[in-house]
Design a protein around this ligand. Sequence first.
Ligand code: NAD
Length: 312
Amino acid sequence: MVIYMKVLIADEVDQECPSRLRAAGFDVKEWYGISPDDLKKVIADYEILIVRSRTKVTKEIIDLGNKLKMIARVGVGLDTIDVKAAESRGIKVINTPQMSTVAVAELTISLMLNLIRGTYLAIDSMKKGLWAKKNFYGNELYGKTLGVVGFGRIGKAVAERVRAFGMKILVYDIFVEDNALMRLGASRASSLEDLLSQSDIVTLHVTLTPETKHLINARTLSLMRKGSYLINTSRGEVVNTRDLLDALKSGHLAGAALDVYENEPPKETWEKELISLPNVIATPHIGAQTHEAQVSGAIAVAENIINAFKPL
Ligand code: NAD
């Protein structure tokens, strides 16, 4: 078999990726956990570099990789790759933004149910050997309004799934297609403020940009309904953590569920205080962590590379 290009996989990915590349004739080296120094020493031998979030692909590494033609990220964000430096050298940078859509949507729904029903507290009490049945009166999703802020891949996937709960869905995004609204039985909010004032639960699915940093702050939190809930599985910086803490402590919000934080792991006292509140559910940025998402990302990267480089 003809050996095509040399591929270095620097972070652990599902075996679907190396095995598909090898079957297509690529010369694949799996060096999971390679150190920055070793990467600098060997990068000049490779045409393709595959990474997850651990490996930082700096300008220095890109400049040393004089044969590099593609850098592929199994995952969503490209913040760990110096995309400008790569593109200025004509190196293609790809990622797999669609791989975690279902995983994040399902986590969001799991957090939402847990939060408003208080299931996490009931489970915890059973683990402590208690039978505190009378303490656990929660709320139902049926008939409530869900405000979806950011109606991209994940926002739509959440909306699609909550239709089955009989919720009213209100959407805010800078760009909303009418056919997606119709297909999902959702309504467009005229503004973020409009959405916040009408929703019983607000779920955040915007990308992090200078405009969305601290989109949820003291002012916007004050516009949310008293007794409403906030869910954030997007990016930590979309929410001003200190303001959220105040809104929860004052009782204005009934609860919050978070998968993402301004600092990961959280380190400031106000972040830790927030997480320790009884009406806050926190998960350690596990949105994309399903086996299915990892397999789908690994396959997407392998297929992209094969399509781009395998000779006809
Ligand atoms: P996407 O690009 O498909 O959707 C993002 C949406 O945000 C777009 O429709 C865009 O128009 C909208 N948006 C951008 N700026 C806006 C603004 N100022 N006001 C209103 N809307 C705005 O992205 P996605 O794949 O749906 O991901 C959504 C979020 O989930 C991102 O922040 C992503 O980083 C995050 N995410 C988290 C995890 C996790 O592990 N928790 C995993 C994957 C993605």
